[in-house]
Design a protein around this ligand. Sequence first.
Ligand SMILES: [Zn+2]
Length: 386
Amino acid sequence: MDLSVESGRVDVWAEHPRLTRFTCPKCDQVLPVYDHTEERTFRHLDSCAFLTYLHARPPRVECPTHGVLQVALPWAEPMSRFTVLFERLAIDVLKECDVEGARKLLRLSWDETWHLMDQAVKRGLAAKPHVVPAKVGVDEKSAGRGQSYITVVSNLDTDTVEYLADERRQASLDGFFEKFSTEERKGIAAVAMDMWDPYINSTRQHLEDANDKIVFDRYHLMKYMTGAVDTVRKQENRALLASDNKTLAGTKYLWLYSKENLPERHQDRFATLRGADLKTARAWAIKESPRHFWSYKRRGWAEKHWYFWATHSRLQPVIDAAHTLKRHEAGLMSYFTNRVSNAGAEGPNSRIQAIRVSARGYRNREHFKTAIWFHLGGLQLYPAIP
Ligand SMILES: [Zn+2]
């Protein structure tokens, strides 16, 4: 053992008694030492705040069946430059910090820290059980600057990420379904998603009764309708300003609130606006109405009442949005039979946002994916203690 106060480190050399016999790593046959490899160094848990390194020349055995092989070391996984105990600590720290924070606490380089995270994910993915999720959520996530996306498939019962793929194409989702046999896919009962044709097509191609299983998120319905109201407001505001009428100027955000979320300080002004003879006010009233859609138990309500109202509104953006929703009606109504949603506050979806926010240093899409697997994959990340 060597202790250096100046460099703040402890170095420990491990040896074995003469004539010790070791087992072949493949067949457990007990054999004499054949020779030793070059010395290897392993970072271990600190001793009294000193960086601690373990050094050893691993023995090799000559198995009659498997040839000359290095024996398994009781303190590290094959090829690792860290002891198992250090790797487990690193995983615990990485779970609580981003890579940069973990790097500082562990006194490693960024690349070493990243490597430990990456290895943990590889280990976890290799051990991941093959399970067919019953309730599936599909979502697209922007992976940083530019139009770069990833497709995220989660298990909505366990709130874990089950599959990641590049882009948001049909092929991106195909890869998920193709992990399972036709028989296994029957176990998928519901797929919650955005109204995104590539995902819809992929699901239709891989699931029987896809139309009964696809569920569009209520959040997305509101997104379409809110967009339509905003377009009506922009057009109307422009027309009004042309005749020097500033009624709608600066009101953008008032119309984006839902009725019950409008802050009190805006309520008087908004009541006046709603009472005025404005196209925007009409569009807003139509938008607010289908929000009650989900409290209706009976199917067909949307078509009979709301859809008629919307398509006869003479407001083109509202009519367009209504047609979009009409085309996807089956998926919207599926919510009544499959009450699944991607938008849960505790679900992987919102947590992915948090990972991206803290993702200083996830330098590319692959890194972002690895971080999602690490934090949300429900994986067994630790190396086993020998
Ligand atoms: Zn052997």
